[in-house]
Design a protein around this ligand. Structure first.
Ligand code: FRU
Length: 524
């Protein structure tokens, strides 16, 4: 059913043929985007254009495993209601279409516009199916991203490398003038490579970054963008995102970020981590990794990149909510049992100064309904043995502000009290998420784990938990400390807050479902 509040952009509604079998065209309110069937991984080509958010993504049109990689496509007017559209870029006998980005070539610098219509340009990795070669290709669209014409001169950038991938292109405007910039990776060398172009077709090498910081796995899916610190336009820093797999802070796939400056040519970190040689990587311990900055301390937030086509202060990230450690072994879902993979919540990014450092802030974007559970008058004290039972919507948000007294540990049990599928524990120093309960059976052995998010609130915990079927995203400390984990399927709607070893004083507590009705507030 199409919610009344939803406006489908006319250009898209007109071309959708509901009788076509592949893929299913539908508009669904989803807390976390997932296609109706088949395998999905990284978000690709995130672009806001003509009033629509376009989400392309790594997609296998042929089945439930990683392979035949193509770009799936969905659009949304509000990042909540998604309409799945036909596959945008399809694999061929020669190449798979790996990750990349889309820009609006407003002034038709590429000359690929048609009849005065400026094109959208997709820049992506052609991953050869015939030999060990990855190079960058482009395609153009003049119908708002529905159909794409691969450039006949592809590839446009070839380094004769087997691991050169994931181009993210943006328009640089600054002291060095104005040009297109591509950030991509030499994945195995743990290098971000930067190129420039005036027409999106001819690319010249600018500079490189790395190996530095976390290097325990291949580098993938970089992004580079400016953000004002605490909204101050005179204090703009650049953020470099680098996903790596394995070697993430929680094990397996993870994403580090680096704050620095960019002069149109070179990224310079403010606080450079020492350069390392990739083989030394094997020795990076958890303590080593904690010295770096991570967008997420959970196991299921990978390959996140941001939208182009929005103002610089509207920087929105979406990531793949899985981990290469087990993504292919997770049970397939969906109506026909073929669907694997989902995205995280979209998150607005900003920068803030906190504890003497500049930190990335993530604010989830979702539509939420009226509270179904809240503290009428706070504070209340929760004592050992007397938990507070809460109503847990299938998809919703819990906000809690609490103080841990006498060294108490606050424990949130998700699912039945005596057999929770996941337990979140907060001490003054950290929040942990334990998802070992319920992880037997269908789930792969490597799924059961405990994740740790360092906290610096001195025993005051201010957290937002976004709970969906099979996942939880936790945002603490004003969104500077984030943990995303898939969790085993819930068999009950129970949720309970316990105090262990002391008293927990709760000052604020609200639980509200994610809504799909018109009568909702958009949180941003
Ligand atoms: C990241 C990644 C990318 C690659 C894509 C292939 O998850 O490995 O480096 O382009 O997935 O699907």
């Amino acid at each position: 059913m199409i919610p009344a509040a939803l406006v489908i952009p006319a250009a898209l509604a007109d071309v959708v043929d509901p009788s076509s079998k592949e893929p299913p065209h539908m508009t669904r309110p989803l807390m976390h985007f997932r296609p109706a069937r088949n395998w999905m991984n990284d978000p690709n080509g995130l672009v806001f254009h003509d009033g629509s958010f376009h989400l392309f993504y790594q997609y296998n049109p042929e089945g439930s495993t990683h392979g035949f990689m193509s770009w799936g496509h969905a659009t949304s007017p509000d990042l909540t209601h998604w309409q799945e559209l036909p596959v945008a870029l399809r694999y061929t006998d020669e190449d798979e279409i790996f990750s990349g980005s889309v820009v609006y070539d407003e002034h038709d610098t590429s000359g690929l516009g048609v009849d005065g219509v400026a094109p959208l340009i997709a820049v992506y990795t052609l991953a050869s199916r015939l030999r060990a070669r990855q190079a960058q290709g482009i395609a153009s669209s003049t119908d708002g991203g529905l159909t794409w014409t691969p450039y006949p001169g592809n590839p446009v950038l070839d380094r004769a490398s087997a691991d050169f991938r994931d181009p993210k292109v943006f328009r640089y405007r600054g002291e060095a003038g104005e040009h297109w910039v591509m950030v991509a990776v030499e994945a195995v060398e743990r290098r971000v490579v930067l190129y420039r172009s005036d027409d999106l077709i001819t690319w010249t090498h600018l500079s490189e970054y790395g190996p530095r910081g976390a290097v325990g796995g291949v580098w993938e899916c970089p992004d580079l963008f400016p953000l004002a610190v605490d909204g101050d336009p005179d204090d703009v820093r650049w953020v470099l995102l680098i996903s790596l797999n394995p070697g993430g802070i929680a094990g397996g796939s993870g994403t580090q970020y680096v704050i620095g400056s960019f002069d149109g040519e070179r990224f310079t970190p403010d606080d450079p981590a020492p350069a390392v040689s990739a083989p030394a990587a094997e020795r990076q311990s958890r303590a080593d990794l904690e010295a770096f900055d991570w967008i997420d301390y959970g196991r299921d937030c990978y390959a996140g990149v941001t939208f182009s086509g929005l103002a610089d202060d509207q920087r929105i990230l979406i990531a793949w909510m899985s981990n290469w450690d087990y993504a292919g072994d997770m049970p397939a879902e969906g109506e026909d049992g073929t669907q694997r993979g989902a995205m995280t919540l979209p998150r607005r990014l900003s920068l803030t100064r906190r504890g003497g450092r500049i930190r990335l802030v993530q604010t989830p974007i979702a539509v939420i309904g009226d509270a179904v559970d809240e503290l009428e008058a706070g504070p209340v004290w929760i004592r050992p043995g007397a938990p507070r039972e809460l109503h847990a919507p299938r998809a919703g948000r819990m906000r809690v502000r609490m103080r841990l007294e006498d060294g108490a540990v606050a424990e949130l049990r998700i699912g039945d009290d005596d057999a929770p599928v996941a337990v979140i524990r907060c001490t003054a120093a950290e929040l942990t998420l334990d998802r070992r309960g319920g992880a037997e059976g269908e789930l792969p052995a490597s799924f059961g784990s405990v994740e740790r998010l360092p906290l610096d609130g001195g025993g005051v915990v201010d957290a937002e938990l976004w709970l969906d079927d099979g996942s939880v995203e936790v945002f603490c400390e004003d969104g500077t400390a984030v943990l995303t984990d898939r969790i085993p399927a819930r068999t009950s709607s129970s949720l309970s807050l316990h105090a262990v070893g002391g008293t927990v004083r709760v000052d604020q507590l609200t639980v509200a479902p994610v809504a799909d009705a018109a009568r909702t507030e958009v949180q941003a």
